[in-house]
Design a protein around this ligand. Sequence first.
Ligand SMILES: [Zn+2]
Length: 250
Amino acid sequence: MKHKIAIFVLLSGIVSTLFLIEELALSITIITILTILFLAVLAIGVTTIKWNYFIKSVNRVKPGKICFTFDDGPSENTLKILDILDKHQVKATFFVIGEKCIKHPEIIQKMMKSGHFIGNHSFSHQNNIGWSSTKSVIQEIEKCNLAIENTAGYKTNLYRPPFGVTNPNIARAILSTNMLSVGWTIRTFDTQIADPQKLISKVKPRLNNKGHIVLMHDTCEQSVLALDAFIQHCKETGLEIVNLNPAEIP
Ligand SMILES: [Zn+2]
């Protein structure tokens, strides 16, 4: 919707400029500025899922609560994440990659047994998803759904686009597969910060009562220690850790 408004504003601006401004050089300058602004907004819209630029996503839970989500697994490291969650008796959502799901069905079943949610993070986590056709994104979603159903016996409707990238094709694919797009408000950058202490000191101050959905990766070793510290912090500050139940979504 926001994208359609931006297109309307751009086209109205161009038409008005052509009709109202007589000086050619000035018209060209205004149209160039409008186009650059449009492209800048478009670029941020594609890469910032919480803008809800192409599709409305769930980016928060209710105030006073917090939700931890893990992308890109399952992997051997997921077991350590599961141990930390079990130790603190809290639940999380894992956005799994379909082909890894097929490789590690026992980890998926362990997630299920511990009461965590499983979401769809595409079948192969294509690097070029931003350039994929609607049909290709639909196939990626459906193949991952099938992999989850076959390993977990569980049908998910939660979908997080790889890299959090959205565009008109991805939005159409999400709508036509009846998935619920899930974003985040806090990106931990745990794939880039290898030192767990650095990761903890960077993210912990941001874990407040604004209903954050936190993006982590169960593939990263540093995320294990960091998760332990984050949960401890939530307990100390009275933040309720919840999962992506419909009742927790504002
Ligand atoms: Zn991912």
